[in-house]
Design a protein around this ligand. Structure first.
Ligand code: GRF
Length: 203
């Protein structure tokens, strides 16, 4: 199977995923990195891995619809089995989300449904939760609300700030995302209503 990754920035999740493709843990191939940010470090990571980097810059389109059309065309060029959103900072329109329903996943740095949207880690610190974490979920039209595939937790300590907690969660993200993508390509994920069932029968 093949997948494309959409990323807007640093790309550490993208890198973690590539590393797990390299060691065979993810039984699939990443065929392109697609970004809306020409300066995304993820582009360097794609180049180092010999993977095409496609820049679909929001600014070079007259409106959101034109941008979405170009983005869909770019994704479809690779005809992926799965679209992976790894730190992609734009809201995708309903057309693309519907087209990839059940085949598009995202990672969010909180235990959804808590702390949706931006700065989730800082939201958690400010709320005073004692446990935080990350969620890998299927993407639906409602932001950060799709069926949950994997969640991993971390403790929150009294001297934490958003950055300290973000770093602690990121370590878990780099485990959760590859695991979710592996399960997808093993065909072990089924969605029943809004609940994802993981087939544990396989080895
Ligand atoms: C991660 O914390 C992810 O949960 C959030 O944005 C960040 C992306 O980091 N969506 P990176 O680009 O993968 O390093």
């Amino acid at each position: 199977g093949t997948f494309v990754v959409l990323a807007s920035g640093r790309g550490s999740n993208f890198q973690a995923i590539l590393d797990r493709v390299s060691d065979g843990y993810i039984p699939a191939v990443c065929t392109a990195l697609i970004t809306d940010n020409p300066l995304a470090h993820a582009i360097e990571r794609a180049r180092a891995a010999g993977i095409p980097g496609e820049v679909v810059s929001f600014k070079s389109f007259s409106d959101k619809q034109a941008y979405e059309t170009a983005l869909i065309a770019t994704i479809q060029k690779y005809n992926p089995d799965l679209v992976v959103l790894a730190g992609y900072m734009r809201i995708l329109g309903s057309e693309i989300v519907r087209k990839y329903s059940g085949r598009m996943v995202n990672i969010h740095p909180s235990l959804l449904p808590s702390f949706t949207g931006l700065h989730a880690q800082e939201q958690a610190v400010n709320y005073g939760v004692k446990v935080a974490g990350c969620t890998v979920h299927f993407v639906t039209e409602d932001m950060d609300a799709g069926p949950v595939i994997i969640q991993r937790t971390v403790p929150v300590f009294e001297n934490d700030d958003g950055d300290i907690l973000s770093d602690r969660i990121l370590v878990e993200e780099h485990k959760a995302f590859p695991q979710a993508i592996r399960l997808f390509f093993q065909g072990r994920l089924t969605i029943e209503g809004r609940v994802v069932k993981i087939d544990t029968n396989q080895a």
